[in-house]
Write a protein that binds this ligand. Sequence first.
Ligand code: SF4
Length: 449
Amino acid sequence: MGTQFHSPDPQPSFRLDVPLQSLLQPEPAAPHLGPRPAPAIPPARELKMLPEPPFPRHPELLEDRDADLDDSVPHRPPSKRTWKAQHVYRTARGWLFPYLRSRILPGDFHPLIAYLFTEWKCNLDCHYCWAFDNRVKGMTEDVARRSIDWLHGTGCRVLALMGGEPLLRPQFVHKVIDYAAHRGFWVYLPTNARLLRPDVIDRVADAGVATVNFAVDAVDEKPGLPKALNPVRKHFNYLCKRQYKYGYSIFFNMNICRNNHDDIRELTEIAHANGIATDYHVNESPMLEQPQFKHARENETYIRPEDWPEVDKLIDWIIEKKRAGYRMVDSVQRLEEMRAFMRGHVDPWGCRAGQNSLIIRVDGTLAPCFPMYSASYDWGAIEAHKFETAQLTEMKKTCERHCFSTLNSILAFAYKDAKTITYALRGGATHDLLHSTAGWGFGRPSLRA
Ligand code: SF4
């Protein structure tokens, strides 16, 4: 079975071949926990809480806050963004040094990036998104702190918060970002921005967030696509104005659906006018069966075969803009590959999930990647992972043919041969990372890894 996007016709509610689907989900969901078996993290000797973050750490950066809150003053991006030495170092410490370390040390398990699912609840219902279940409790402080401490010991220094919607608990997120940033992590925050109020922006920026993935699919809300820019314009304006003071970056993360092509074009222009980057995904159905997903059938956002020519034109337009100098996370090659993926063709590509990337679920258990969030296979938990190269390699013979993971494809490229070490060491590589890493992630279909 190939990748399926979708059509009004009856279809399986998952995309994997049946034998692998059976291995990963042998039992139905446990409703009280969401679609997973009982958590199995090692018991803590004592509960570890996250420290209360001091705020503000940088009071001088709040001095002109009122001026930036004034919406009558438009955001005017500089023609060229410059980065302070501390932000260049933060990126090198997060990405470059752990990568070089992983190439030198023996063994296969060297995570460079971890997705920390602090929530599995969401305040919106994008009809393509299966990655939430509002019955599931969020991560505890104990699990969050132990996760960060364990990751630190593995050499990992990039932490991507994930959900659900991470900002459902803004105080919790402030604590997680502050703790992780001050342990040396490069921290990535994805959000639908409904709760990204100016006071929340001040706190996460002051704590040291490195990039904000602003997930948006439409300019105004439309059927099945509530993640729109206009309801959160004020948040967007303030976020844009404050980025230069705090040294974080922003990018729009957009999902190309059958019903938002004009929106994608308009959002791309808005991003360009505001000096921020864009990142694109092609809408897809879930890889594994998701019992809690309400829109598996008759979904107005799924791309149908008759839509392919229009999506092709949209991809042509995006590539043209990229060649004209618009800042985009995706390479031209990656954008070109979306056409084949949309038609169900993916060649094996050398996925590194479970070796150089992983996810930590709300209960502290592990999986190699976001599409496997609901898998029941036991890959262990924080402080006691059970990733095995042989199992991952065997599994990927199937799932790679259905998967278009942005982050893992970049990691696959980085591990292909020694040329990338030369690239990483050459002058200017860290500067490139500051721009390109803005979109290394993903999580939910809108926030996809
Ligand atoms: S190819 Fe990699 S990222 Fe994709 S589903 Fe398989 S293990 Fe996960």
